[in-house]
Design a binder for this molecule. Structure first.
Ligand code: CA
Length: 231
C-alpha cells in the first residue's frame, strides 16, 4: 500500500528541506507549497492525504488556508508554527486543524504525529464511507441527497439551516464554537454573525424539534457554542 501523500506548506526553505528529508527517510510521498495561495491550489489539485501547514506565510495567515481547505475537505491538517501563544493554537484548531506542532520540533516528534494522523485518516475514511446517511433518533440527514428528514418527512430547510445541521451532525458529540460555526457558514466571525447564528439556530430547532415533547438534539453552551447530542 502506498504511503500517504503529504503537502508541506512552508516558506522557510531550511525548515521545508528538514521536513522533506525526514519524510524521505520513511518513504512518504510529498509535494510542497511556499505560500497560502499555492497551498490551497495544491491541496485542491493534488489531493494530499495530510497537510503539514506553517501558520506564518508571506501572503496569508495559515488559519485562512485551513478555513479554505475545510470548505471542501476533511483532510487532516497538522499546524507547524513558531508561535507558541494559546490564541494561535485555538484559532487554528477552531478553524479545523487536527493537531499542532511548535517550532523548534524534533524529526522524531514530527514522524510520531504523522503516524497518529495516519491512524486517524483510516478512521475518518471509514466514518465517511459508513455515514453517507446520518441517523440520530427520529432525525435523518442524507448527505448524498442533500436533505434531512424527521420521522420520515422531508424537512424544508433553508440552505443555511441545512449547512448548520450538517456541521452539527458531522461533529455529533463535539461542542462547536460560535466562531467555528460562523466561519464555516459566512467565512467571518463578527458579533453580527453570532447574532444571525442564534436566529438560524432557533428556526432550525423549531423544524427538527417541532413539539415540546420532542427530543432535544441541540444543546446550547452559553457563551461557547452548540453541540448535537447522540440520542
Ligand atoms: Ca513561515
Amino acid at each position: 500500500m502506498n504511503k500517504p501523500l503529504i503537502l508541506i506548506v512552508e516558506d522557510d526553505s531550511a525548515v521545508k528541506n528538514l521536513i522533506a528529508t525526514a519524510l524521505e527517510t520513511q518513504d512518504y510521498r510529498y509535494v510542497t507549497a511556499a505560500n497560502g495561495v499555492q497551498a490551497v491550489l495544491e491541496a485542491a489539485t493534488k489531493c494530499p492525504d495530510i497537510l503539514l501547514l506553517d501558520l506564518g506565510l508571506p501572503d496569508m495567515d495559515g488559519v485562512e488556508v485551513i478555513r479554505k481547505v475545510r470548505s471542501w475537505s476533511e483532510m487532516p491538517i497538522i499546524v507547524i508554527s513558531a508561535r507558541s501563544e494559546d490564541t494561535d493554537k485555538i484559532d487554528a484548531l477552531d478553524a479545523g486543524a487536527d493537531d499542532y506542532l511548535t517550532k523548534p520540533f524534533s524529526v522524531e516528534e514530527l514522524l510520531a504525529r504523522l503516524r497518529v494522523t495516519q491512524r486517524r485518516l483510516k478512521y475518518i475514511r471509514a466514518a465517511a464511507a459508513q455515514e453517507a446517511v446520518f441517523v440520530n433518533g427520529d432525525l435523518t440527514v442524507d448527505y448524498a441527497a442533500g436533505c434531512a428528514r424527521l420521522r420520515g418527512q422531508e424537512l424544508h430547510l433553508t440552505p443555511i439551516e441545512y449547512k448548520l445541521l450538517c456541521l452539527l451532525s458531522r461533529n455529533v458529540g463535539k461542542v462547536l464554537t460560535h466562531t467555528y460555526l460562523t466561519r464555516e457558514i459566512w467565512g467571518s466571525a463578527f458579533d453580527s454573525d453570532i447574532a444571525s447564528l442564534r436566529v438560524f439556530m432557533t428556526t432550525l430547532r423549531k423544524k427538527i424539534q417541532p413539539r415540546p415533547k420532542d427530543a432535544q438534539f441541540i444543546q446550547t453552551h452559553v457563551g461557547v457554542g452548540y453541540r448535537m447530542v447522540r440520542l
